[in-house]
Ligand binder design. Structure first.
Ligand code: PHE
Length: 344
């Protein structure tokens, strides 16, 4: 029995010695120390031994099994370390190398302006209109009819407005004012909204005009809304957007859907009011149209003009961005040259 144990030990030792990787080592361990191993069978045979032999053989079996076990562990550890070292060596990284350049996106200056203006009007109590009330592809009814624009008005001319094919009165909206009508027809006052979006006009493209541009529409409907409130809100907007120092003026004007109507000019940023080519020598640049909503428009949109009054305004996003950053060509916004866009 003792000899048998010694023999198993010798064999095991030599095989452990010869194992060159983790996998072989596990196999060797399985052969010599698993439950079905010869060694384990010897342990099971202990019960047949004489009382004198039992403690001697028992102690020997324990000793050998402990020896083998710790040898396995030792060698396993060594293999682990070796493998890890090889891996670390292979995957070595040089932390002093430059990082890879990952180009980041950039928020378009027009989007930045829209965001900024929306935030200002949120602060003044206006909320963003749901986009379902502000479609870009529109029927004449909402772009013109319900805004009190006469059938023969020149703005409806195909030279000014893009009509879709098929003669079904579908246009690319020429103004965000369609959002006013759609919102009034679908809700009850008080209404206090702004509606930013794209508009289209059949213009020849130049440094000052593009046939796609952006507007932000505003509407406030409630009892006792006054022209004084209109001025208060728009003055505050101008102060927050341009800073308090920029001179502004109100000019009386005309829109079919407001009465009275005004246009607001700010002093030309290029010449500080002296007069230059950008402001056609006037020293002023128009930034928005506004007015008290015509009672016809309220009535046609389902709001009683005897009970409610309203003011509305519309502004050009490109114009406002150009004025703030002294950009002199509207086409720069649409060329998508990152060297331009990244400056904002
Ligand atoms: N829709 C007008 C335009 O495009 C601007 C405007 C909006 C004027 C609301 C008055 C009230 O010129």
């Amino acid at each position: 029995m003792q000899n048998k144990i010694e023999e198993i030990k010798r064999n095991a030792l030599s095989e452990i010695e010869q194992a060159t990787d983790l996998k072989t080592l596990e196999e060797v361990k399985n052969i010599y120390l698993s439950r079905n191993s010869e060694f384990n069978n010897l342990k099971k045979g202990m019960k047949d031994l004489s009382p004198e032999e039992k403690p001697v053989i028992g102690a020997l079996l324990n000793k050998v099994s402990n020896e083998l076990n710790s040898l396995f562990e030792e060698k396993k550890d060594a293999f682990y370390k070796k493998e890890l070292n090889e891996k670390l060596l292979k995957e070595k990284i040089d932390v002093t190398l430059d990082g890879e350049y990952i180009p980041a996106g950039h928020i378009h200056p027009l989007t930045q302006t829209v965001n900024e203006i929306v935030e200002i009007f949120n602060h003044l109590g206006f909320s963003l209109v749901d986009s379902i009330y502000s479609p870009e592809v529109e029927v004449e009814k909402y772009n013109f009819d319900l805004l009190n624009v006469p059938k023969e008005h020149p703005a409806r001319d195909v030279q000014d407005t893009f009509y879709c094919e098929g003669g079904n009165n579908v246009v690319l909206r020429s103004q965000t004012s369609n959002a006013q009508v759609r919102k009034m027809m679908n809700s009850k006052p008080p209404i206090k909204i702004i509606a930013p979006g794209r508009v289209y006009r059949n213009e020849s493209v130049s440094a000052r005009k593009n046939n796609l541009f952006h507007q932000i529409e505003g509407l406030y409907v409630d009892k006792n809304v006054t022209m004084a409130q209109l001025k208060g809100v728009l003055n505050e907007f101008i102060r927050l957007y341009f800073g308090s120092s920029r001179p502004t003026r109100y000019r009386s004007s005309f829109f079919p859907f407001t009465e009275p109507s005004v246009e607001i000019d700010v002093q030309c940023i290029m010449c500080q009011g002296k007069g230059c080519s950008v402001c056609s020598g006037t020293g002023w640049l128009e930034i928005l149209g506004a007015g008290m909503t015509d009672p016809n428009v309220l009535r046609d949109s389902g709001i009683d003009p005897e009970t409610y009054s309203a003011f509305a305004f519309g502004m050009g996003v490109e114009r406002l961005t150009m004025l703030k950053y002294a950009i002199d060509d509207i086409r720069l916004f649409f060329n998508n040259d990152v060297r331009f866009l990244k400056q904002f």
